[in-house]
Design a protein around this ligand. Structure first.
Ligand SMILES: O=C(O)CCC(=O)C(=O)O
Length: 332
């Protein structure tokens, strides 16, 4: 398989002017041998990047996710249906765990019929109770994190060394607050322009139906290509808010550059979601859970779980094979 030409010159590494030969500014292969190794991106590094790309694309093929990759490339978001997630059995336990955690915090059971327990919440996200650090609170969240189709699409966006930045829940009650359009890329503290490839990505489980009146999410299709946060005027322009109609049990996945927001919930009751927010491995996570992940959790999950949660720390040696390969490969 070819190396990633989008990030390399036509002649490959060591051919920055793309002519494949030597010049005053492009050292010949013999001259390169005089340079110390480490900073140089050599064949070993190219092969590591190629191998990661082959693994990631093979998993996309194996799980029949090519149409979702096309949607991510074209629109900046996609929706895995409950049938595609294969996780119908998880919905009830996820919902029960989230409602229990919310009840512990607010001291009364969540009123899922009227939503009255949540009308008074005023976060920047609207009438929302947000609960972080869920991976430490119930093993059912580990199963959600490791959902194969969702993880395959997140890995397509962020590479094999990506990490969970936070795994949290949102319980949203009735009210008037819109969530303005924004990019998650920008929430991570990065200044524009954003790179065209994703540095962060989101896999949100809709545990109740999403509609406009239910306070559902909206996207601006194709906005991941703008590589910037919306202006104040754009972020509050309701003509850009197109509701996503999503069945409970779906997972909504988006590129960190994609403009999105949410409608106020006008119906009684609550909208419940589980937010798995990921970043590339070189960014600092929103919650650093690695040291708190129990040996039991590591034992009952595949090795990838340790990488995702930061329990297995990424090498800080910038001459390590992984670090060198991540300079050329989007999928490393
Ligand atoms: O689900 C929502 O209301 C929007 C959440 C959101 O913007 C986010 O998780 O970045």
């Amino acid at each position: 398989m070819a190396i990633e030409k989008d990030r390399l010159s036509p002649g490959g590494i060591g051919d920055p002017d793309g002519r494949g030969g030597s010049s005053d500014t492009t050292p010949s292969r013999e001259a390169q041998a005089r340079f110390a190794r480490g900073f140089l991106l050599d064949r070993e590094v190219e092969e590591a990047a190629d191998a990661a790309r082959a693994r990631v694309l093979a998993e996309i093929d194996r799980l029949n996710l090519v149409p979702h990759v096309a949607a991510l490339e074209l629109h900046g978001y996609t929706i895995l249906s409950p049938e595609e997630t294969g996780a119908a059995a998880l919905l009830e336990p996820l919902m029960a765990a989230i409602l229990r955690i919310c009840e512990t915090r607010i001291g009364v059971p969540v009123d899922v019929v009227t939503g009255d327990t949540h009308r008074h919440f005023h976060l920047p996200t609207g009438q929302v109770q947000w609960e972080p650090s869920l991976l430490l609170k119930d093993p059912v969240f580990e199963q959600a994190l490791m959902n194969p189709p969702a993880l395959a699409l997140i890995t397509y966006l962020l590479g094999e060394s990506c990490i969970v930045s936070h795994l949290s829940s949102m319980v949203k009650g009735p009210g008037d607050d819109y969530l303005p359009l924004h990019t998650d890329q920008n929430q991570s503290g990065a200044i524009p322009p954003a790179p065209p490839y994703a540095q962060v990505a989101n896999a949100t489980w809709a545990l109740t139906d999403y509609t406009r009146d239910n306070g559902g999410i909206c996207f601006v299709p194709g906005s991941h290509r703008y590589c910037r946060h919306p202006t104040h005027a754009e972020a509050t322009d309701l003509s850009l808010f197109h509701p996503l109609e999503v069945q409970a049990g779906s997972i909504i996945i988006w590129h960190g550059n994609t403009w999105h927001g949410a409608f106020p919930r006008r119906s009684p009751g609550v909208r419940v979601s589980l937010v798995a927010y990921f970043s590339r491995g070189y960014l600092r996570p929103s919650e650093d859970l690695g040291p708190s992940i129990s040996p039991e959790a590591l034992a009952r999950n595949p090795p990838r779980f340790a990488v995702l949660t930061g329990a297995s720390k990424r090498s800080r040696d910038f001459n390590s094979p992984l670090m060198r390969a991540s300079r050329v490969g989007l999928f490393v």
